[in-house]
Ligand binder design. Structure first.
Ligand code: BTN
Length: 319
């Protein structure tokens, strides 16, 4: 009912909607409408009421709720179903459980706050309430487990593009899955899979973006979009734009047109043509990053002149 009332307001843009009109259209009493309006107000919606003109939606809260994210989302797959939480352990864990019990591809779990936000390699992901975007998408791609990097690549590209288009900041991708702005990390992606050696059951793509997070709360080397932009950013608009891009790039990936995606990814790469040092299974490797192949592996030219194909790892130094 709440979403029906909001949609009514939103379609009317800045205009007024009378209680009578709402109760006729939605088939409930005016008292019931009033109760819903009160509830929406408690959730942060500013709804003005005038005795002659009726109700008017003045502003909406910048909360990552299902209603707000779905408003004019228009995606084919990603976000068709959205599970939004005020607080959760980790959206990746919740999405994993949902996927195990059969939830369809494209479903998104999003939270305002994570008590156990996880990063790669067992690290913690700082997830302060109402400041960032913390969400996970259930995917069921037709790939082999060793091709998982492709999903990370598709997700990283979607985030970098969204930062460029929606916030107008020059975002780059630090292979495999960190997004940088002014050489500092604004987003991390944690891709996890359930499957066997030769078969994937599902993939969870977990995305954490520091949007309005104060820099002091973030680890060294990290920043937020607001800190780099110098102003607050609408989290709802950002996540909606990101879901649209994920939908777009995932569709391209599914249609087999990976070449275009790799080409775009390479253009936004922060590591190609640079000397890098990688921590790979606690072994440090240095080399020149010369390419990223079709499986998302980084090709390093070592000092010996030989090339190494690196499928995963942590870049610890860029020169
Ligand atoms: C990294 O850079 O180490 C990856 C960070 C991934 C963080 C996101 S926030 C949403 C999702 N839920 C989690 O617990 N982690 C991912």
């Amino acid at each position: 009912m709440d979403d029906k009332i909001l949609n009514f307001f939103k379609k009317r843009r800045d205009g007024h909607v009378s209680g009578e009109e709402l109760s006729d259209a939605l088939g409930v009493s005016r008292t019931a409408i009033w109760k819903h309006i009160e509830k929406l107000r408690e959730e942060g919606y500013d709804i003005a009421a005038s005795p002659h003109l009726g109700y008017r939606l003045v502003s909406v809260p910048d909360r990552l709720t299902e209603i707000e994210l779905k408003w004019q989302l228009g995606t084919e797959l990603i976000g068709k179903k959205i599970f939004s939480y005020r607080e959760i352990g980790s959206t990746n864990d919740a999405a994993y459980k949902l996927a195990e019990s059969g939830e369809a591809e494209g479903a998104v779990v999003v939270a305002e706050y994570q008590t156990k936000g996880r990063g790669r390699l067992g690290r913690k992901w700082v997830s302060p309430r109402g400041k960032g975007a913390y969400f996970s998408v259930i995917l069921r791609p037709d790939i082999l487990p060793r091709e998982l990097s492709i999903i990370t690549l598709v997700s990283s590209l979607s985030v970098a593009r969204t930062i460029r288009e929606a916030v107008d900041l020059a975002a780059f991708i630090k292979w495999p899955n960190d997004i940088l702005v002014n050489q500092k990390k604004v987003c991390g992606i944690l891709t996890e899979l359930s499957g066997e050696t030769d078969k994937i059951n599902f993939v969870i793509a977990g995305v954490g973006v520091n949007i309005n997070t104060k820099k002091e709360l973030l680890p060294e080397g990290a920043t937020s979009l607001a800190a780099e932009k110098g102003k607050e950013i609408s989290r709802v608009d950002f996540v909606r734009a990101l879901l649209k891009n994920l939908d777009r790039y995932y569709k391209i990936f599914n249609s087999g047109k990976l070449d275009g995606i790799i080409k775009e990814y390479k253009k936004l790469s922060a590591v190609l043509d640079r000397q890098v040092q990688i921590n790979y299974h606690n072994q440090l490797m240095s080399g020149h990053a010369v390419d990223i192949d079709k499986e998302g592996a980084l090709i390093l030219r070592m000092d010996s002149g030989f090339c190494e194909r690196v499928l995963a790892g942590d870049i610890v130094m860029l020169r």
